[in-house]
Write a protein that binds this ligand. Structure first.
Ligand code: DAK
Length: 259
């Protein structure tokens, strides 16, 4: 696939999707969103890709949705753009494999929202975060009003969205927005080491663990426990469960086959 703004590489069983529109700090225009979408389809179809890293080229991760694209929009076009972005970010969230955002720089607006759809976030010390939409006359439109409060809590999310302020990696770690902050030169190695570790695990159990967490967190505990029971039970119809437990008991190296 020929992409102008997305670079996709594989490092063993890890995919690396780099947003590559550095002149605009990787702001998300419609073409870029379509290219991310198509790249995710390729990743989903490739069973050798067991974990994915999303990062940005240059000094930005993603500086938001493209303000120049949005400026002339009316109600219909704005809503359609929001629907397109929300569908893409939901697709990221629903991917079967773990996704790590390696945030190298500005993650603002739609960039912060894309990151909220990922499973894990590793941030460079130089990363900057924020939902500045309110200062542009709009609300966060790609899931920020919904996922940010679920991740950092309602009060913190409200303060961040109402102020639109930009904040650094240390604060992001403190409020639980990111998992870990590292020096910028260690960002990709840290993300790759984590992704390679995930990629070694049982892929079906990984998929079920992700689904159990994502589905369970949206519902009451009674139902959430049932969701967990179901996915746990389903693991026992996989060969990898026999292999994982067999390898432990036989004191040998495990070899998962995604079966
Ligand atoms: N869109 C378009 N271009 C952008 C951009 C963006 N979000 N962010 C940066 N750029 C471009 C700049 O225009 C500049 O281009 P040239 O002038 O060189 O052509 C280039 O990237 C470099 O930026 P700066 O010269 O400004 O670089 P600085 O280091 O001085 O400043 C900055 C970096 C990140 C602080 C600054 O660029 C900035 O404040 N950028 C805007 C950040 C922002 O407000 N992001 C949120 C965008 S709003 C919706 C769905 C979704 C959304 C809204 C509605 N609906 C439901 C319809 C989402 C909205 C957003 O994401």
């Amino acid at each position: 696939m020929n992409c102008e703004f997305v670079i996709f590489e594989k490092d063993a069983n890890v995919g690396i999707l780099t947003i590559n529109r550095p002149k605009a700090l990787n702001a998300l225009n419609i073409q870029l969103m379509e290219e991310i979408d198509a790249t995710l389809d390729l990743v989903a179809a490739d069973e050798n890709v067991r974990a994915l890293i999303i990062t940005g080229a240059g000094k930005g991760f993603i500086a938001g949705a493209d303000i120049a694209t949005m400026k002339p929009m009316n109600y219909e076009k704005g809503k359609a753009y929001g629907v397109q972005g929300s569908a893409l970010f939901r697709k990221i969230e629903l991917m079967d494999i773990p996704i790590i955002a390696a945030v190298n720089g500005y993650a603002l607006g739609g960039g912060n929202e894309l990151m909220l759809s990922c499973d894990i976030v590793i941030a460079s010390e130089k990363a900057k975060f924020g939902q500045p939409e309110i200062g542009l006359g709009v609300t966060p439109g790609f899931g920020g009003t919904q996922r940010l409060p679920r991740i950092v809590g309602v009060r913190i999310a409200k303060e961040l969205i109402y102020s639109g302020r930009i904040f650094g990696a240390i604060e992001a770690e403190k409020i639980g927005l990111v998992n870990k902050v590292v020096p910028s030169e260690e960002l990709m190695d840290t993300a790759k080491a984590m992704a390679q570790n995930f990629a070694k695990m049982a892929p079906i159990a990984m998929k079920y663990a992700k689904k159990a967490i994502n589905e369970g967190i949206q519902t009451d505990i009674e139902n959430a426990v049932k969701i967990e029971n179901e996915y746990f039970g389903k693991c026992f119809s996989t060969k990898d469960q026999e292999e994982g437990m067999g390898a432990f008991l036989e004191k040998r190296k495990v070899l998962f086959k995604n079966q």
